[in-house]
Design a binder for this molecule. Sequence first.
Ligand SMILES: *Cc1c(COP(=O)(O)O)cnc(C)c1O
Length: 486
Amino acid sequence: MKPANGRTPPSDTSLDPEDWDALRSQGHRMLDDMLDYLQHLRTRPVWQPIPPGVRERFHEPLPQDPEELADLHQRFMTEILPYAVGNAHPGFMGWVHGGGTAVGMLAEMLAAGLNANLGGRDQVPVAVERQITNWMRDLFGFPERSSGLFVTGTSMANFIAVLVARTAVLGPAVRENGVAAATRPLTAYASAGAHGCIAQALDISGLGSGALRRIAVNERFQIDLQQLEQAILADREAGFQPFMVVGTAGTVDVGALDDLGGLAALCRRQGLWFHVDGAFGALARMSPELAPRVAGIELADSIAFDFHKWVQVPYDAGFILVRDETLHRQTFASPAAYLQRETRGVAAGSPWPCDYGPDLSRGFRALKTWFTLKTYGTARLGAVIAQTCALARDLETRIRKHPELELLAPVALNIVCFRYRSAHPDETNARLVVALQESGVAVPSTTRIRGVLAIRVAIVNHRTRLEDLDRLLKAVLAFGAKEAHQ
Ligand SMILES: *Cc1c(COP(=O)(O)O)cnc(C)c1O
């Protein structure tokens, strides 16, 4: 049909479906498939090796022509879903991975449908993110004027903390002048058990990973406070400018908790920024039973943690909380004509999330977190956290009873490091872990404890139960006996 003015209308390029009813039924099938997947997770292997044919199918050219959504969904079900890493499964105990929930998945769908951009502007999605900041402020006993921001994960949160601490010591002018203009080189401190992303944060902030002093740990794998203070004094003496101490609440290798109260006092004495990498451990605050273990965290200048680990929010949902909102904003906010703020209209609502970090466009991570916190409440989430620690203690007790097994580190939280005894323990245990992973029964990972290879079991998933530990232990003993005699 020609419009009255005689122009031909452009072809309709909208990506919306022509047949909404068909899309609706396809969408319901996709939703049902994922709910089925989660409901029957336990009956699947935790992980399975990727068949070469499947991997090859993802080396195809950029598609020019359309394909049916139903066909792509089918491909997802047969070629993608079965070959994920498996962290939703109760038998997954490798690294530190959260399990996710169906509620979180549904919230992700709502967020994706809304397609909100949380860089800023006047919208309730930003108010939801602020609500979470206020909840975290209260959870950690931070003051009214604290600030917070969702980021991908704790790696990014730690990086932001390093930058805010840098602003604290050198002033906002450092943003223009760079760290090279500092009269004395800055140095930071963390335990030998600190996560690798701390050194990386110093690296990418321009201070250099060499600026991180790694302090020895005591027999409980906590940072040695005396050696820390000596290192700080020695660095001052040598012309460096110590500026930051990173304490860890839950080290990634053994789950150790630094003495946060002791670190806070030391930082106050020495005039240093006190940051806590609490990637998973910080949220032990939600469990009344475990909260005393992270006492002192309320004295930190900044805390980095992940909702996607112990609190089971689907990936990704990292968070940075900063005590001094002004310093946080001074580290990132920039004037730009196209980001002009108003007091009314869509451009109101300043300060915006983009004033607190390097991202401008950002997704609505706050929504899945809001749904998770509201649906379950901190009491239930805290109970999940406590339960993973109880399971770890149970596993520790059972390992002690098996003469074939040797515990390699004390169990502080939810991580158990042990090995199968053998004449060549490193080789045996490395093979044992691979065999276990390939069996699909359980997925632990490995680490090195005081130089020796350990089977590392981190219980993070809310779905993990005693029967999963039974299966794990049985398989460890069977594979261990086999591998020890290879
Ligand atoms: C997981 C973890 C990190 C990294 O967090 P991401 O969310 O993976 O970026 C940092 N520190 C510790 C102690 C961790 O457990």
